[in-house]
Unconditional design. Structure first.
Length: 256
């Protein structure tokens, strides 16, 4: 007789193979599932409070609305997992891979995300109050509407100079536009390399043909002129919003 519990016919134990398992609403509170294979498992609304999922494979798993309070997910692979509305209060996600995970509206209060891979993750509306994000990779993550992002982490994601003017570059068709972002221009970037400014001076055009905005054909870039955004968006986390879009290196503009 097995000493491990069974749920929906699946034996729940460390390193268990639960590939694609249907565990909707399952009560797994405090269970040891360290190293388990839960690739593509359905854990919608499951009770995973205090569960040990250290090093578990949860790629593509559906954890929408799951209760993971106090769970140990350190080193777990959550690549592309659905964690919409999940309760991750105080969860240990140290070094976890959350690349492309959907964390919209998730409760991450007090979560340990140190060293976690959050590249491309969707954190729209997530609550990050008191979360530990030291060393976390947030490049390309969506932080629009996220609550209480630690100020130091927000500063670490900023690549534009806080003060003074700087040279910038943008691509318009086959033309590379060299810009000067003046000291009085508003400027920001979200979590990626693309930046925005409220206005810019066109220093020079590199290439043949007219330089016309790819987003608004009424905006034309001519050497010596100043271009101004008519609908500047002050929220830095909305990357593709109103502003003169640019990069701070020429090679990035060329390859955009």
């Amino acid at each position: 007789m097995s000493i491990h519990p069974t749920v929906n016919g699946y034996e729940i134990k460390p390193y268990a193979d639960l590939y694609g398992a249907n565990l909707i609403g399952a009560n797994l509170i405090g269970v040891n599932l360290s190293g388990a294979n839960l690739y593509g498992a359905n854990l919608i609304g499951a009770n995973l409070r205090g569960v040990n999922l250290r090093g578990a494979d949860l790629r593509g798993a559906n954890l929408r609305g799951a209760d993971l309070r106090g769970a140990n997910l350190s080193g777990a692979n959550l690549y592309g997992a659905n964690l919409i509305g999940a309760n991750l209060y105080g969860v240990n996600l140290r070094g976890a891979d959350l690349y492309g995970a959907d964390l919209r509206g998730a409760n991450l209060i007090g979560a340990n995300l140190s060293g976690a891979n959050l590249r491309g993750a969707n954190l729209y509306g997530a609550n990050l109050y008191g979360a530990n994000l030291s060393g976390a990779d947030l490049r390309g993550a969506n932080l629009y509407g996220a609550k209480d992002l630690p100020p130091l982490e927000a500063a670490r994601l900023s690549i534009v100079p806080e003060t003074g003017s700087y040279v910038a570059w943008k691509k318009c068709g086959e033309v590379i536009v060299e810009l000067l972002i003046p000291a009085d221009a508003k400027r920001s970037n979200a979590t990626g390399r693309k930046c925005r400014a409220s206005h810019a001076v066109v220093v020079a055009l590199h290439g043949d043909g007219p330089a016309v905005s790819n987003r608004d054909e009424s905006i034309k870039y001519r050497a010596g002129e100043t271009v101004t955004c008519r609908d500047w968006e002050p929220d830095r986390w909305i990357e593709c919003a109103g502003g003169i879009h640019h990069f701070i290196t020429r090679i990035e503009a060329e390859n955009y």
